[in-house]
Design a binder for this molecule. Sequence first.
Ligand SMILES: Nc1ncnc2c1ncn2[C@@H]1O[C@H](COP(=O)(O)OP(=O)(O)OP(=O)(O)O)[C@@H](O)[C@H]1O
Length: 564
Amino acid sequence: MELLRFYLKYWKKRGKEQNSKLKILLYFVILTSVLSGVGNTVLLAIINEVIHSPDYTQAILWTFVGLCIGVPVVRSFSEALLNMFSMRVICDMQTHFCYSLMATPQQVLEEQGSAKITPIIAEDLKVLADSLLAFIMICLHASIVVSCLAYMGWLSWQLLIFLLVIMTVGIAIYQAITMRGQRHFFTARKHYGRVFKNLETLTSGSKELKLHQPRRNDFVHKLFVPAVETFRRSVVVGNAVYGAARGIGSILMFVCIGAIIFGARGFMEVSAEVVSGFTLTVMFMIAPLEALMVRLVSMDKAKASLRKIDEFSAAIEEHQELNSGVDAEVEPMPEFQSLAFEDVEHEYSAVEQAKHNHFTLGPVSFRVEAGEVCLVCGGNGSGKTTLAKLLSGLYTPTAGKVRYNGMTIDRDNIEAYRQCFSAVFVDFHLFDTLLGIDYPEHSEQATELLAKLQIEHKVEIDDEGRLSTIDLSQGQRKRLALLTSILEDRQIYIFDEWTANQDPQFRGEFYHTILPMLKERGKTVIVITHDEKFFDCGDHVIKLDMGKIQHDSLPVAAPALVET
Ligand SMILES: Nc1ncnc2c1ncn2[C@@H]1O[C@H](COP(=O)(O)OP(=O)(O)OP(=O)(O)O)[C@@H](O)[C@H]1O
């Protein structure tokens, strides 16, 4: 039921036009599968008929031949359509998930973390889409079983009731066993998150692992192996339980055949034709019934994935920003004049606070005017990056007001506000293509910037805006990120410790060439920095300490700051 509710919800969310295409495909799948199921049952009836009355007509012979060829052809066609259908659904689900993530605030994404999000995209959505396929297959196998039961009812309804009683007992036993298997699948999914996190560590922490053998041993023996082992155990036990249930199911089918052949004749009158018809049909039903059981396993695995997706959706859905998703129409903000923080505070969520030490930024109040170069400094952990995320609208304040040209920033205009900024954070991501930038139009500027950033001998940009390489030193990668940022041509720039990986000569270039160039273009630049010797390059210096403004000075090097 949980799964059915999910499918219906998902179906409703899709557009009408998309649904009608998928519906046509689904109708074809159902039609071809029902045709092949009915064809099989007719074949069965013909076989039983001809065994008992050898004077068959030419029509029966040709129907038999036609069905022998037609049924497999239709079945193959049906399987191909089913494959198309399930791949369509997987793609749609992934795209839908991508849209939801784009509309989820940064803060919520950080709280969830990649260790939770990536397994959902990589695994759970696929499992869920497979379960939709399994659900359809279950319906189709069930239709074969129903047509077989109808045929048996036509042969002898008394014997059918006898058979149904035995089958009901069998299904009850099967259900009782599979409930245990389901529990193991839930445990397996819980451990998959840990396995995934460790896989990420394998690549992101490879240097640290290679350099330190005891750490490497501990990682493998205490984290990696226990996680994969627990995952393996749960999957193996879960599958074994289902295997046992399937075995018992098969035994029960033979019990049914035995009961028909040996038992039923003892207390009811049945002809040899009815007995052979029943036996043939029950044997024929074994394959779809087994397939049905296998599909039920994927449905149970999907329940574990669905739980994870539901938990994640619940965590992100209430925060979704409808105007900040993909293709959202954003009314641009008026030209920037001033930005003011009025008693702004920010507190990380309770979950995050539990992971890190308690930290609150603010209350902070300050003002930045258009065309200013504002330097933000302070010790490690004083809240500079948190402030940068608040400034750029990636975080929303828990108290206080952010005013743009005097206008309060709220849920309705925050997306337009974000579009005024371009930022290079410490943990920036470098795209290998200039996305969202009309490239041929900016090619001249890009060439100039490559020279200014002294990486023209390292990187070339083709007509499509593709960078020839991003496999560069960290300092060079940062220069490329700066180039992308400048090409974005936003009103306000934020550079978070951009100079940290630059050589002394290029640090000077940044403060004496790049910043003045941006200022000349009328841009406002907020630089987070520890470079005390360049404080005189700022029009305005703000010093943070333990989340509060310790010092806010207008122009140039305040001696107190240089000394600290
Ligand atoms: N996602 C988070 N959840 C909870 N607390 C966080 C989170 N990110 C940072 N913090 C806490 O907020 C405080 C300020 O962090 P922030 O990154 O803003 O400092 P910073 O001044 O930029 O430091 P640094 O100079 O070392 O980069 C830190 O004490 C940190 O523990």
